[in-house]
Design a protein around this ligand. Structure first.
Ligand code: 5AD
Ligand code: SF4
Length: 470
C-alpha cells in the first residue's frame, strides 16, 4: 500500500540526523517496535498523519492498527469543535492502561488541539503518561522530539508556544499513504481569514504556500504511480501563491497538463475569492473534477457579516450560477453552521431558503460550538434546544434536496472509482463518482482502485445504486 516520496536534499540535515539516531536505536534493540497513529478531524490532518506515519516507519517502526501493541502512539487531534477535543481527550484517557502495561510506551499528542496553551497545560497536569506534544507547524520535528524523549526519558510538553506559524513549510517528509489510488496533496498551510467562529487561524497559523515545483513534482509522481484521485488541500486554496506571480487557477491549469488517467480535486475554497477564472480552468480542464466544495455557513447577510465572511448571498449565487453555466454537471457541496451567536429564527429561515435556492448535492451541517479565544465565543449564545431544533430542520430540508439532485441520475452511466466491498454488505461494492457521490454496485476484487462504468438504477439522498456496464 504505502509509497515513499523521495526526500530532496535541502533543509533536511537535522531531520536526517535524528531519524538515523532513532533508526539505529530501534535496530540495536532487536525488537520490532510498533507505531499506532490515530487521526481526528479534517483531510489536512489525514495528510499530516500520513507524514507522521511515514517518518515513524522510516525510523524503523512497524505500523500497527492495535494501540495495545504499540510502542509509539501518535494522536493527531482536531480543535474545530468542542466535541472533537472531548473525543481526543477521552481516547488519550484510555491509553493510560496501555502505558501501565508497557512502561516504555511513548505517547505523542499532536495537531490542532495542542496548539492551544490551555490544552497543553491540561495534558501536562492531568495526563502524566503523555510523553510529548507537537503542534501543526512542528510536525517535521518528530524525529528530534522523539530522540530527545528517548535520550532524556523526560516529558516534552512546553506550555509556551514556540511554533513558527508564519514561515514553516516543511518539505521532503516520507509519506506513508493510506491508499494506493487516492491521495492528499497539501498545497498551502494556515489561514488568514479569521472567521469569527473559527479556531483554525490560531492553531494552524498564517497562510503559507508550497513551491509550485514541489507540488507539480509530487502530483507527477503520484500519477506515475497510478493514483487516480488526487485532492489538493489547503484551508483556503484560493489564497494559494498570494504575494507571488502565480495563483491557484494557474497552479490547477498547470497540474491539469500532467498526462494520465486521474481526477484532480481540491478543498477548501472561500466564496469571497472563488473566481470566474478558477471556474473557467475547471470547465476547460481534462482531469479537474466537476466538484466544488464552497462553504456557505449561513444564508443571511447579517449573520455572514458577523461571521466575518466578506461575501453576501448575491456574491455567492453569482459563483453558483457561473459554475452551473460553465459545468452543467457540477456537484456543489457546502458547510453550514446553525446556532451562530445571535442567529434569529428569521435569519435561520434565510439559510433554509438559500438551500432551496442553491440546491446543494451534499451538505456538511454543524451546530455552532464556542471556541475559546475566538470573537464569537464571547457573544450571547443561542440555547442548545434551539440549535438542536434548527439542526434537525436543516437536515430534513437538505435530505429532500439531495434526493431531488440525485434522482435525475437514474438511467445515466457514471464513471466510478471503486473502493472495494461496502461496509454494510460484503456482496456489494462501493465507489465514488467524479462529483464524489457514493455509488453501490456489483463489483469484484479486480476493480478495486480502478475506474468502472456504472449504470445508475436507484437514487437515494446519500447514495446511488447501479450495475457495472462495459
Ligand atoms: N462551530 C461549528 N462549526 C464550525 N466550523 C468551523 N468552526 C466551527 C465552530 N466553532 C465548521 C465550518 C467549517 C467547517 C470545516 O467546520 O462550517 O467550514
Ligand atoms: Fe476557519 Fe474561515 Fe479560515 Fe475556513 S476560512 S479555516 S472557516 S477561519
Amino acid at each position: 500500500m504505502a509509497k515513499q516520496l523521495i526526500m530532496p536534499p535541502d533543509n533536511l540535515q537535522e531531520r536526517i540526523v535524528y531519524m538515523e539516531r532513532v533508526r539505529q536505536w530501534n535496530f540495536a534493540s532487536h525488537m520490532k517496535r510498533k507505531v499506532y497513529v490515530q487521526t481526528f478531524g479534517c483531510q489536512q490532518n489525514e495528510a499530516d498523519s500520513e507524514k507522521y506515519l511515514g517518518m515513524a516507519v522510516d525510523m524503523g517502526y512497524e505500523q500497527t492498527d492495535i494501540p495495545d501493541d504499540a510502542d509509539l502512539i501518535i494522536v493527531n487531534t482536531c480543535a474545530i469543535r468542542e466535541h472533537a477535543e472531548k473525543k481526543a481527550l477521552s481516547i488519550i484517557g484510555q491509553y493510560k492502561h496501555i502505558k501501565a502495561k508497557n512502561k516504555d510506551l511513548m505517547i505523542g499528542v499532536c495537531g490542532c488541539m495542542v496548539a492551544q496553551e490551555h490544552r497543553r497545560e491540561e495534558l501536562k497536569m492531568k495526563y502524566p503518561y503523555v510523553t510529548f506534544t507537537l503542534g501543526t507547524a512542528s510536525l517535521h520535528h518528530l524525529p528530534r522530539v522523539l530522540w530527545e524523549a528517548i535520550e532524556t526519558k523526560k516529558r516534552l510538553i512546553t506550555t509556551d508556544s514556540s511554533e513558527d506559524f508564519t514561515t514553516t513549510v516543511a518539505e521532503g517528509m516520507p509519506v506513508h499513504r493510506g491508499s494506493d489510488y487516492r491521495a492528499w496533496v497539501s498545497i498551502m498551510y494556515g489561514c488568514n481569514n479569521f472567521c469569527s467562529y473559527c479556531i483554525v487561524p490560531y492553531v494552524r497559523g498564517r497562510e503559507r504556500s508550497r513551491n509550485k515545483e514541489d507540488i507539480i513534482s509530487e502530483v507527477k509522481t503520484l500519477v506515475a504511480e497510478g493514483y487516480k484521485d488526487i485532492t489538493l488541500l489547503g484551508q483556503n486554496v484560493n489564497s494559494y501563491g498570494k504575494g507571488t506571480n502565480t495563483d491557484f487557477a494557474d497552479l490547477l491549469a498547470e497540474l491539469d497538463t500532467i498526462e494520465g488517467d486521474y481526477w484532480l480535486r481540491f478543498m477548501t475554497s472561500h466564496p469571497k475569492d472563488a473566481s470566474h477564472k478558477l471556474i473557467d480552468v475547471m470547465a476547460n480542464g481534462k482531469h479537474i473534477a466537476h466538484q466544488f466544495h464552497l462553504p456557505l455557513q449561513s444564508g443571511n447577510d447579517v449573520v455572514l457579516k458577523a461571521m466575518n465572511r466578506h461575501y453576501d448571498m448575491e456574491r455567492y449565487m453569482d459563483s453558483v450560477l457561473y459554475m452551473r453555466e460553465k459545468m452543467p454537471d457540477v456537484t456543489i457541496t457546502s458547510d453550514i453552521i446553525v446556532g451562530f451567536p445571535g442567529e434569529t429564527e428569521e435569519q435561520f429561515e434565510d439559510t433554509l431558503k438559500a438551500l432551496s435556492c442553491v440546491r446543494f448535492d451534499m451538505l456538511y451541517s454543524f451546530i455552532y460550538s464556542p471556541r475559546k479565544g475566538t470573537p464569537a465565543a464571547e457573544k450571547e449564545q443561542v440555547p442548545d434546544t434551539v440549535k438542536g431544533n434548527r439542526f434537525d430542520r436543516l437536515l430534513a430540508t437538505q435530505n429532500e434536496i439531495a434526493l431531488s439532485q440525485n434522482s435525475p441520475l437514474v438511467g445515466k452511466k457514471l464513471r466510478v472509482l471503486c473502493d472495494g466491498v461496502s461496509k454494510g454488505d460484503s456482496q456489494v461494492y462501493s465507489g465514488r463518482t467524479e462529483g464524489n457521490k457514493i455509488v453501490f454496485f456489483d463489483g469484484n476484487p479486480a476493480m478495486v482502485g480502478q475506474f468502472v462504468n456504472v449504470k445508475i438504477n436507484k437514487a437515494e439522498a446519500f447514495a446511488l445504486w447501479g450495475k457495472v456496464i462495459k
